[in-house]
Design a protein around this ligand. Structure first.
Ligand code: UDP
Length: 240
């Protein structure tokens, strides 16, 4: 696979063309941002961890019937993915109150919900990714009704699979963000990444945070948390 010209550089990844118009290479960086890019920093080794973790989780989800953009891990930081047009919706699933949910509704973090919640935001940095509902998404023609149904179905199935996997690693999946894309034939597939940048992951016993909240909230031990969560995943995958 020949790496072609850089198409795009995002906050945490670069994307390159390849000699196949249907395939792209994603390259994970150590750069970290939070609060819509207002806070910037570096998390040493993050790119390698997020690349490996996201690929392992997407392989697992494919086995459970969720189509993803994942094709092949090319190196520590680089992965071959199917080219998609990203649906401009960020999907957030929550199992436990935290972050913006706790803030918006004035509740403490750590309330375990009877059933998971789903919310959408409009993926638009200039507007600060505003929250919207399905009717708004339809009005703005961000996706069709059928696509939204597919995205909801996949998102809840991803939640069940990830919750079970992380539990087996002694980790509680609090919440996470997903992005979906359309292949050239319009098929919806899971895209972007699944990593400690996009999930809240707490140690099941101590509730210690093993995710990007350590960076967002200046808690220290950021690199150690990423290494710890990766170590737990590798141990678990090794035992399977
Ligand atoms: N999240 C993300 N990217 C975003 C916003 C949120 O990956 O632009 C993830 C975040 O890591 C968390 C979940 O989505 O796992 C819910 O985030 P929340 O709405 O609580 O926002 P935050 O408190 O992170 O601003």
């Amino acid at each position: 696979m020949i790496q072609g010209k850089q198409l795009y550089e995002g906050k945490a990844k670069k994307v390159f063309e390849t000699d196949d118009p249907e395939l792209l290479i994603v390259s994970y960086k150590d750069d970290a941002t939070a609060f819509n890019g207002l806070k910037k920093g570096t998390i040493q080794g993050k790119g390698v961890i997020n690349n490996k973790m996201s690929n392992a989780l997407m392989r697992m989800l494919e086995k459970k019937g969720i189509p993803t953009h994942f094709v092949e891990e090319l190196s520590e930081r680089d992965t071959l993915v199917r080219r998609v047009k990203i649906v401009p919706l960020e999907v957030i699933i929550r199992n436990i109150s935290a972050g913006s949910f706790a803030k918006h509704y004035g509740v403490e973090e750590g309330i375990v919900f009877d059933a998971p919640t789903i919310e959408f935001s409009y993926k638009n940095d200039e507007l600060g990714d505003p929250l919207l509902n399905e009717y708004h998404a339809l009005a703005l023609k961000l996706a069709t009704k059928e696509e939204i149904e597919t995205i909801k179905d996949y998102s809840f199935r991803v939640n069940e699979a990830l919750k079970e996997f992380w539990l087996s690693c002694g980790v509680t999946l609090v919440d996470f963000k997903l992005e979906f894309g359309r292949l050239s034939d319009g098929t919806i597939v899971l895209a972007d990444e699944i990593s400690p940048d996009t999930c809240r992951l707490w140690d099941s016993k101590t509730h210690e945070k093993l995710d990007k909240d350590r960076f967002r909230r200046d808690m220290g031990g950021v690199e150690d948390a990423y290494r710890e969560i990766m170590g737990r995943m590798e141990k678990q995958i090794g035992e399977d």
